[in-house]
Design a binder for this molecule. Structure first.
Ligand code: CAA
Length: 259
């Protein structure tokens, strides 16, 4: 499959890497790019060989937001009828394998929202995050007002959404949006290291862990804990649980079969 707005490759036969590639528009997210991203994500999710996916951009921009040129002329009935912005964003939520955002440069508006839809964010020290939609007469439309307060708390989210200011990688890490900050030239090594580590574990427990952490954002504590417990119980039906525990007890490296 050939793409025009993204580049797709694999690393070590196990990690799927998607690079957003509209450099002239700082990787602004338009319909064709989001469709290609959805197709590539689904293909990696269905590929038995792939254990983890990385989404990244360029040094200057992960993505500078939804494409303002593409949406400037839209009116209410068009955006409402076409369910604008969420139409093909839900695909990202449906991916069951871990998705890491490796962010350098601008991650603004829809770019910040895309990074937040990934499972965790590793940022280069030049990364800048923000929800600047207020400056162009709108509000975030791909989950920014919901995921930012969950990630960083109300005060920081309100500050960013209401002022439209950018925050640097250090502030994003302090606030919990970002899991790690690394020098720009180490970004892909760091993301690949994390991805390969995840690929080394049993696929079922990795998918179950992702599903269970995500449930924390969709349920109350008792329901979430019960959900976790049932999945935890279920993993005792897998060969990888037997293998992982036997390997530990016999002081050897486990050989997971992903079953
Ligand atoms: N949409 C379309 N084009 C964009 C873009 C965007 N979001 N962001 C940047 N570009 C384009 C610029 O128009 C410019 O194109 P030309 O060279 O043809 O003029 C090119 O990318 C380079 O941008 P700048 O010259 O502006 O680069 P800069 O380094 O001076 O500034 C920036 C970088 C601060 C990121 C600035 O480009 C900017 O503020 N961009 C807009 C950010 C924004 O408002 N994002 C939110 C969009 S709305 C949204 O995302 C809704 C949602 O919730 C989904």
């Amino acid at each position: 499959m050939s793409y025009e707005n993204i580049e797709v490759r694999t690393e070590g036969g196990q990690v799927g890497i998607i690079t957003l590639n509209r450099p002239k528009a700082l990787n602004a997210l338009n319909g064709p790019l989001m469709d290609e991203l959805g197709t590539a994500l689904k293909a990696f999710d269905e590929d038995e060989a792939i254990g983890c996916i990385i989404i990244t951009g360029s040094e200057k921009a992960f993505a500078a937001g939804a494409d303002i040129a593409a949406m400037a002329k839209f009116n209410f009935h068009e955006v409402y009828k076409n369910d604008f912005i969420t139409r093909n964003w839900e695909t990202i939520r449906s991916i069951r394998k871990p998705v890491i955002a490796a962010v350098s440069g601008f991650a603004l508006g829809g770019g910040c929202e895309l990074a937040m839809m990934c499972d965790f964010i590793i940022a280069a020290d030049n990364a800048k995050f923000g929800q600047p939609e207020i400056k162009i007469g709108i509000i975030p439309g791909a989950g920014g007002t919901q995921r930012l307060p969950r990630a960083m708390g109300k005060s920081k989210a309100m500050d960013l959404v209401l002022t439209g200011r950018m925050m640097d990688a250090q502030e994003a890490e302090r606030g919990g949006l970002v899991s790690r900050v690394v020098p720009l030239d180490k970004l892909m090594d760091e993301a690949l290291g994390a991805a390969l580590m995840i690929c080394g574990y049993g696929r079922l427990s990795v998918m179950a862990a992702k599903e269970s952490v995500n449930r924390a954002f969709e349920s109350g504590l008792s329901d979430g804990v019960m959900f976790e417990r049932r999945i935890f119980h279920g993993l005792f039906a897998t060969a990888d649980q037997k293998e992982g525990m036997d390997a530990f007890l016999n002081k050897r490296a486990p050989k997971f079969i992903h079953g």
